[in-house]
Ligand binder design. Structure first.
Ligand code: CO
Length: 196
């Protein structure tokens, strides 16, 4: 394990040196501030790191990640990120990015009891309950799982719309576009579900 952590720190030294070589002003530029173009709410899964799969540079995406990309109205952490992104950074796009094969969504679908996380996944169980007729109609369990991942993204977009932060932004006439994406780590590609 120690070796792995040392490898990460070694990678950081190499990366920083390479960046400085490519552009001597790179870090100085970043230290002046940030003007990200989007807030991205994604899953914590180590296989779906947004800046890696979007090929984006530092300073481009403001990020919040949690298990199964949930937007909860009692999550002070997420609401603070959203408020800061909209009101201070003037971000004009919020992306909810789910992913096929999401362990959190699967645990909720299979009604697994894992511990503390069950409380968090109750947010997804609410979604399952709401869309039960549609999900029940899908016979293939893999297909049902994939569909729930998509439905979950759309449900979290609805949750953004109902949040006090988003509603205030709309009252103030701010331009905030909502995007629903699902990433597929079997292909490396993103499926766009909605842009509204
Ligand atoms: Co996930």
């Amino acid at each position: 394990m120690a070796k792995t952590i040392e490898k990460l720190l070694g990678n950081n030294l190499k990366w920083a040196a390479q960046k400085r070589e490519e552009s001597p002003e790179y870090f100085e530029g970043l230290s002046k501030g940030q003007q990200p173009l989007a807030l991205l709410i994604g899953c914590s899964d180590s296989r779906v790191s947004p800046s890696v799969i979007l090929g984006s540079d530092l300073g481009e995406i403001f990020t919040h990640r949690n298990i199964a990309n949930v937007v909860s109205h009692t999550d002070l952490n997420l609401l603070s990120v959203m408020q800061y992104a909209i009101e201070v950074l003037s971000v004009e796009h919020i992306i909810v990015k789910g992913h096929y094969g999401c362990g959190g969504v699967k645990a909720a679908l299979e009604d697994q009891a894992i511990g503390l996380i069950d409380n968090w996944l109750a947010n997804i169980k609410d979604v399952i309950e709401l869309y039960k007729p549609e999900l029940d109609r899908i016979e293939d369990p893999h297909e049902r799982f994939d569909r729930l991942v998509e439905i979950n993204v759309m449900a979290q977009i609805q949750n953004i719309k109902h949040s006090s932060v988003y509603r205030k932004a709309m009252r103030e006439g701010r331009k905030v576009q909502l995007h629903g994406w699902v990433y597929d780590f079997r292909t490396g590609l993103i499926k766009v579900l909605t842009a509204e």
